[in-house]
Each structure stands twice: as structure tokens, then as C-alpha cells.
Design a protein around this ligand. Structure first.
Ligand SMILES: [Zn+2]
Ligand SMILES: [Zn+2]
Length: 223
């Protein structure tokens, strides 16, 4: 596993299995939280890496979405402890196997029902959770959510995009994206937030992604 410190509070933990799969460890005042939970085989490694980072106990897990490569190691990482798990309420029926993802025929239980709680919200949208502000960005999955670390100015983008090795924005993996035009439109969150860094689950991180967004939307938005 490879661990990179992206910003003072945010670490990216990745494996490579033909493509990179990543999760993020975020340092908080009272411990740390994990964004996404990788595939099952990452569980042990993730636990070891967060222990070595020594940034405090795991307080919670937040999910960008419910695809198996983002929730697979939840049970292992929690290992029986009472660590809460959060996802956008729109995503939970797919995670719990109540509905099939819109581009799939069969529903499957990816995380046992009742475990995942809805991200807290307030009148003006989703509430900040620790140092992260969530934004709903549907299209790759119905309740796909990105998390902006306000203090560090880094956006944890999940599968909202992929990228080239040189850090050019690419659309999310088409095979697993049920509504590409919507996913491309949701990507405009980078223009709204203008993060210094966009970090992706399956790709190289990108500096100032807002500068690339119009060209990206021009290329992929009309398909
Ligand atoms: Zn995905
Ligand atoms: Zn993914």
C-alpha cells in the first residue's frame, strides 16, 4: 500500500490492482475519519496504515458512494467496534440491497442494512462533518457525494472523475456510470469550490481542477 500526505490533514492510502483504488484518512481534533473503505482485501492494510500514521482513533467512516470498491472493507476496518458509517440518504437503498444501482439488474447487499446512517443535513444542505463539507454530485451513482476539506482546500472527489497520469481530468469510468451527462454536470462543483487540489479514488490528483473544467465539459458533456 502506498500512503501519501496530500495536505496537512489529509492522507491518501492506495493500492494498485490494474488501476489505483484509494481511501483517505483525515486528521481531526479528536481522532481521525476515513473517507471510503476500499475493497475487502485492503482492510488489514488500511488498519495498519492508519495505526502507523498515529493520528488518533478512528471516529467515523464517510462514503462517497456505495460501489463495492468503496465499501468492501467496512466490516474489517470496524472489526466489531462501534464506528459510525455515513452516506448520502439517496445512496443508502443501493448500499443496502433494497434497489439495484440504476445500471445494474440485480440489487446486492453491500453493507448490512441499518449500519449506514444518512449524512446529517441542515436547511441549507448537507452539514459539515468534522472538517469536511459534503456536496451531492449524482450521475456516477445516484447519491454520489464529494467531500471538501475547507481548511486544507482539497476536494475528495471519489469517482466524480478519473484522470490521466499527467493530471488531466477524465470522465468517470463509463461502465460504472449510469448517467454520464449528469456526472459531467455534477463535476462543475470544482468550478464552484475552486479547490487547490482534487484527489480521486482512481487516478492522479489534480491541482486547480477548476481551470480544466470547461474543456472537460465541452468534450464529455454532450455525449
Ligand atoms: Zn464508483
Ligand atoms: Zn470506484
Amino acid at each position: 500500500m502506498r500512503v501519501t500526505r496530500i495536505t496537512p490533514h489529509v492522507y491518501k492510502i492506495s493500492i494498485w490492482i490494474g488501476l489505483p483504488i484509494s481511501v483517505w484518512a483525515v486528521k481531526e481534533n479528536d481522532g481521525m475519519m476515513l473517507v471510503d473503505a476500499g475493497i475487502g482485501q485492503m482492510g488489514k492494510g488500511i488498519l495498519k496504515e492508519i495505526e502507523q500514521l498515529d493520528i488518533g482513533p478512528l471516529k467515523r467512516i464517510v462514503l462517497t458512494h456505495g460501489h463495492p470498491d468503496h465499501v468492501g472493507a467496512i466490516e474489517r476496518i470496524r472489526s466489531g467496534r462501534d464506528v459510525p458509517v455515513y452516506a448520502h440518504p439517496l445512496e443508502i437503498p443501493y448500499i443496502e440491497g433494497e434497489l439495484p444501482f440504476p445500471d445494474r439488474k440485480k440489487a446486492s447487499v453491500l453493507v448490512h442494512p441499518g449500519l449506514t446512517q444518512p449524512l446529517p443535513d441542515s436547511e441549507d444542505g448537507l452539514s459539515k462533518i468534522g472538517g469536511l463539507k459534503p456536496f451531492l454530485t449524482p450521475g456516477h451513482s445516484p447519491g454520489h457525494t464529494v467531500f471538501y476539506h475547507v481548511e486544507d482546500d482539497v476536494l475528495l472527489g471519489g469517482d466524480l472523475f478519473t484522470s490521466t497520469r499527467r493530471g488531466k481530468l477524465k470522465r468517470p469510468i463509463p461502465l460504472f456510470t449510469y448517467n454520464m451527462p449528469l456526472a459531467v454536470a455534477s463535476g462543475s462543483v470544482v468550478k464552484y469550490l475552486k479547490p487547490e487540489i482534487l484527489s480521486l479514488c482512481h487516478g492522479t490528483d489534480i491541482r486547480q481542477p477548476s481551470l480544466q473544467y470547461d474543456a472537460y465539459a465541452g468534450k464529455w458533456g454532450k455525449m
